[in-house]
Design a protein. Structure first.
Length: 265
């Protein structure tokens, strides 16, 4: 075994033995610090949900309603007449007669709008049940469910056209002829010429039930009313008929729920 001579002490002092030094570790960080920001990692939902589902428009409370519903109107009662019935209160905004989609004549009811709920309530208490001007009937007034502009449902109009009527047929006679068989009949009107006050030989009957209307289309065709058999057909719009003559002009016809019928919202 080879022996190496020992180094002099001075050499050892000049060259101390090398010591292995481990480089310092970086400061320990929490585990999540080296990860991407947690907020940025959240996956945004593809669809956002509204906080409140939109439903049908809410019906206004009674305290918000400023309009009154006036029913059982005669055919000649136009908006001017009804406005003048309430105008002396000084609180009327407008009056609107609801008209039939087929005949453009009054449906027998209207809406009167006032400046406030209090004003409408005052008119309701003052007029309901009192005598209407130029008539022998009383006011029938109630709150309008949705205020001015409320109309009947825009669904199918359940009316039929009745032709070949005898000259002596009246509204009441026509109503009773159909009402005897169909309980849903709401109104009947013989169209008259206002210039001569004579019947024009046809009229309309309005139903509340579609099935009864369908049955009447066949069952009542040819049935006598007074001295002549009736001719039944669908009540068709004047526009689609292409002629206003068959139904009469707006100024020469009267088709209302009053007095032989029942108005409805």
């Amino acid at each position: 075994m080879c022996q190496y001579p020992a180094l002099p002490q001075a050499a050892m002092d000049q060259h101390p033995p090398m010591q292995h030094q481990q480089p310092p570790w970086p400061p320990l960080q929490p585990h999540y610090a080296s990860q991407p920001d947690f907020q940025q990692m959240q996956v945004q939902p593809q669809y956002s949900f509204p906080q409140q589902i939109n439903g049908p428009p809410s019906q206004p409370s009674l305290d918000e309603v400023k309009s009154l519903w006036v029913s059982d109107l005669q055919f000649w009662m136009d908006e001017s007449y009804l406005y003048n019935c309430f105008v002396h209160t000084g609180e009327v905004v407008s009056a609107k007669v609801i008209k039939n989609k087929i005949t453009s004549a009054s449906e027998g009811y209207e809406f009167v709008e006032f400046v406030s709920h209090v004003a409408a309530e005052r008119a309701l208490q003052m007029y309901n049940g009192t005598l209407m001007p130029q008539t022998e009937q009383n006011f029938r007034i109630n709150w309008a469910a949705f205020g001015m502009g409320e109309r009947r449902s825009e669904g199918t109009d359940l009316s039929i056209f009745v032709g070949d009527l005898a000259s002596d047929v009246t509204d009441l006679m026509l109503l009773e002829t159909f009402k005897a068989r169909y309980s849903s009949v709401k109104s009947a009107k013989v169209v008259v010429d206002l210039a001569t006050n004579s019947a024009k030989g046809y009229g309309f009957v309005r139903f509340g039930d579609e099935n009864e209307r369908a049955h009447a289309m066949t069952e009542m065709n040819g049935v006598y009313c007074s001295s002549r058999p009736m001719r039944i057909s669908v009540a068709t719009s004047k526009k689609s008929m292409g002629s206003a003559e068959q139904f009469g002009t707006k100024a020469s016809m009267s088709y209302s729920n009053t007095p032989y019928g029942q108005g409805s919202l």
